[in-house]
Design a protein around this ligand. Sequence first.
Ligand code: BV8
Length: 231
Amino acid sequence: MSRIVILTGAGISAESGIETFRAETSLWAQHRVEDVATPEGFACDPALVVEFYNMRRHLAADALPNAAHKALAQLEAEYSGEVLVVTQNVDDLHERVGSKNLIHMHGALNSALCAVCEHRWDAPMMMHVGETCPSCGAAAARPDIVWFGEMPYEMDRIFNALSRADIFAAIGTSGNVYPAAGFAAEASRAGAKTLEINLEQSAVGAQFDEALLGPATQTVPEWVASILRAG
Ligand code: BV8
């Protein structure tokens, strides 16, 4: 039985209307990443950071999954082997079309985290600074997001999957952020065939065996159909 590991980034949600990080009109253009996506930024100005993620939570809630998300869910449902989606995205578009075997390595907008006891609960659409934890009561609620300098989630499970993968595909990610940007090299070392699906070659594009260039809503359904045809 063959195993496919798929890494997705902001590019897979771009055609759903969710801005990517590094395009000119990107999310980061309005805010320096150091100000909003770091623990220091949160400590320095929690209201700015909470508001940044409230805005992102509303945008994600208003967005609809696109043909690329749907194709990956179809692949998981119909493929004879194993399919794991590891997403850097914090929106819930993968789960909304039925992807089950899914890891949010950078956290999720719909989850809230207690900075004291690490309890997690469904985030309200609008989080507020100093919200109390429903478990320990500490006024220490924060967005359940992995910020720069923090360890991404489920890394052991991800590296284990990469070491056993037959195919690794990266979809819509610029290859700027580690450790995700190192996954292709890791999969190659384990003998996987690697494919980059993007609008253009990413910062780590040279590390892939193949590339499929074009908008994800066209390239991903095409790729999934070829995989399902091959069985
Ligand atoms: C950690 C939070 C260690 C959520 C994010 C090694 C070398 C250098 C630096 C480092 C290193 N190791 C660690 C670092 C530091 C840092 C890092 O990588 N910095 C970079 C900037 C140099 N990494 C970390 O801090 C990570 N933590 O390593 O911890 C540690 C060890 C021990 C103990 C404790 C800690 C944590 C990284 C996570 C940071 N959080 N976001 C949020 O706010 O959303 S990262 C952020 O960037 C998002 O999560 C996003 O997913 C991620 C990556 O961006 P992309 O998804 O790639 O999006 P981007 O806009 O860049 O690109 C979009 C792509 O889509 C483009 O290629 C474009 O062409 C394509 N596209 C556009 N439209 C389409 C399309 N493709 C197809 N179709 C389309 N229509």
